[in-house]
Write a protein that binds this ligand. Structure first.
Ligand code: DC
Length: 227
């Protein structure tokens, strides 16, 4: 290892395999996995609970002072999201929270509200952090930046299979349409849109299985930080 603390930034559209791969890398390199989408989902969860429309910027911003978010790592290594003292780790995975998270994440004040919390983790720990703006905004000095992607149809297929395995099946067409909508929202918003950082390595996992994707990702990281 060439440095004591280092950061790996993984950005990309939903369903590209960011979280599954980042989790595996974290276990392999014994570093912390930070899922930043979970933080936006937690805000989305509160907004929904309060009956506020997630695109009503003023109403969402007015809720921010009431929101206290903590991220805790359980013995199992899992990232738990605590919203005003309550564990919402499972709740934030509900399908409709995805759209809430995408909507609230387009509000600049929401992004600013969460920025320092994300940076703090990377200052104190070696991390692999995934999201949409990690390499471009949150950790512009990350030692390793990867833009992980795959064609839309393949990402939708993976999400479709995942939902089926979780016992909450949805029609493939619906999954595809929602993913396309979220891709559009996340990459066309004015505040920190999803885009590849200039110094990020592009990894397309469309034709790769999990083991191949993991090997490719580890190889990119090792080249940069010598882990
Ligand atoms: O990664 P995810 O699908 O759990 O993220 C949920 C939403 O949060 C996603 O649609 C966009 C937003 N997000 C973001 O804007 N910036 C991040 N760093 C992570 C997620």
């Amino acid at each position: 290892m060439s440095k004591n603390i280092f950061s790996v930034a993984i950005d990309g559209p939903s369903g590209a395999g960011k979280s599954t791969l980042a989790k595996a890398v974290a276990a392999k390199l014994d570093i912390l996995y930070v899922d930043t989408g979970a933080i936006y989902r937690t805000i989305g969860c509160y907004v929904k609970e309060k009956g506020v429309h997630p695109r009503d910027n003023e109403a969402v911003i007015a809720l921010l002072p009431e929101i206290h978010i903590e991220m805790r790592y359980a013995e199992d290594g899992l990232q738990h999201m605590i919203l005003n003292g309550k564990d919402v780790t499972t709740e934030i995975r509900q399908n409709e929270i995805s759209q809430y998270a995408s909507d609230v994440s387009a509000i600049p004040e929401v992004r600013t509200f969460l920025l320092e919390m994300q940076r703090q983790f990377a200052r104190e720990n070696s991390v692999i952090m995934d999201g949409r703006d990690i390499g471009t905004v949150v950790l512009p000095d990350a030692e390793v930046k990867v833009f992980l992607t795959a064609p839309l149809a393949e990402r939708a297929r993976r999400r479709f299979v995942e939902l089926e395995q979780r016992g909450t099946p949805r029609a493939y067409e619906d999954v595809l349409r929602e993913m396309e909508q979220r891709d559009y929202n996340d990459s066309h918003r004015a505040a920190a849109p999803l885009r590849q950082a200039e110094d990020a390595v592009l990894l397309d996992t469309g034709e790769l299985n999990f083991a191949e994707s993991l090997a490719a990702l580890l190889s990119i990281i090792r080249k940069k930080v010598g882990e």
